[in-house]
Write a protein of this length. Structure first.
Ligand SMILES: Cc1ncc(COP(=O)(O)O)c(C=O)c1O
Length: 362
């Protein structure tokens, strides 16, 4: 573990060594059971407890109120783009989307195949390097929900104050910053996230949903896509992704040991400050894609060098120095460091040292 590269991958992303070690042991045999997590029935008392522990961990960490269900589903966040539309778009009921990046746009387009959708605001024209102003914008009559993306993984913007749309239900894709900072869950009718960035491995999608909102959904769609059915069946209408749920439970335990969400928020702020300061203090050698601190993501920091050639050299030399997965997304280009919860501060310190040395030598 000591010689592992620092993993800046945008997802599937870094997992803390204690999580990996415990997960590896459980793949061979669960403590006190003797069988692998991969081979026990999801109906067994052992797995029911694993799922309940993971759910309770999320409830405690995020302060999820009793009004909301926590579901473990499959199909990733993209699956949710479609599932939420299937449930909540109806004839005469539209979905409003705040378009802050490629993932928001995919969410809007996917839902658009199932019903009426529109962009309430967009920062597409600014290359998604800012968040669009929302003051004075109201969803039009007949809007069933407003959809936002809390953190834009590709471009590196993040809502520091998540917007409020009054009485119109707010659905938020928190795939790339869930459990990385305090969020008042009661303000949202639904939150969802692919687990593979902050919450665990790929294969499980977290959905936190208000029960009354869930009950207002369509009932004339296949059962497998109804949140209500999955809630009634304790996320076991179909066989759930047992290993991924187990690993999410381990991540919640790890997170509690770091002082929970307040503890990890402090570390996340420090990591982001350190890296943005290194970029901003480089006399223009490095240039952040997102200028304003209040729009800057604490999770995905994106920046450029003066030429694509130099960026390629940077990525190659960083890789050789044990700093892995720093290539930016093809839509944004340049470099991206993902600083999710389980990436330690020392990882960013090593990156910053490397950046200073690289600047001197190139
Ligand atoms: C904000 C956001 N939403 C959605 C997705 C898509 O997630 P999935 O691959 O789980 O469908 C991603 C993936 O990076 C993302 O960052």
């Amino acid at each position: 573990m000591a010689t592992r590269p620092v993993n800046f991958s945008p997802g599937p992303a870094i997992l803390a060594p204690p999580v990996l070690e415990q997960a590896a042991r459980a793949v061979v045999a669960l403590d006190g059971v003797g069988l692998s997590i991969l081979e026990i029935s999801h109906r067994s008392a052992t797995f029911e407890k694993i799922l309940a522990d993971a759910r309770d961990g999320i409830r405690r960490l995020m302060g999820v109120p009793d009004t909301h269900e926590i579901l473990f589903l499959q199909g990733g966040a993209r699956g949710q783009f479609a599932q939420l539309a299937l449930n909540f778009l109806k004839p005469g009921v539209a979905g409003a989307y705040v378009d802050t990046g490629a993932w928001s746009r995919y969410a809007l387009e996917e839902a658009g195949t199932l019903g009426e959708t529109y962009a309430l605001a967009s920062s597409k024209e600014q290359g998604y390097t800012v968040l669009p102003p929302l003051a004075g914008l109201a969803p039009r009559a007949g809007t069933g929900f407003v959809h936002t993306t809390s953190n834009n993984t590709i471009y590196g913007t993040q809502w520091q104050d998540l917007p409020d749309f009054g009485d119109v239900p707010h659905i938020c894709d928190m795939s790339s910053d869930i459990m990385s900072r305090p969020v008042d869950v009661s303000r949202f009718k639904m939150i969802y996230a692919g687990a593979q960035k902050n919450a665990g491995p790929s294969g499980v999608t977290l959905v936190i949903i208000d029960r009354d909102f869930m009950e207002s959904a369509r009932k004339d769609i296949p059962k497998i896509w109804q949140y209500r059915i999955q809630a009634k069946k304790g996320s076991m209408f179909n066989t759930p992704p047992t290993f991924a749920i187990y690993a999410v439970g381990l991540v919640t335990q790890w997170l509690e040991a770091q002082g929970g969400v307040p503890g990890i928020t402090a570390v996340n702020e420090k990591k982001a400050r350190l890296l943005y300061d290194a970029i901003d203090g480089s006399d223009g050698y490095y240039k952040a894609n997102v200028a304003a601190w209040e729009h800057r993501s604490r999770m995905n920091v994106t920046w450029r060098l003066t030429s694509e050639e130099l960026e390629k050299t940077f990525i190659a030399e960083a890789g050789a120095a044990g700093l892995s997965s720093l290539k930016g997304h093809r839509d944004a280009g340049g470099l991206r460091a993902s600083l999710y919860n389980q990436l330690p501060l020392e990882g960013v310190e090593r990156l910053v040292e490397f950046m200073q040395a690289f600047k001197k030598s190139h």
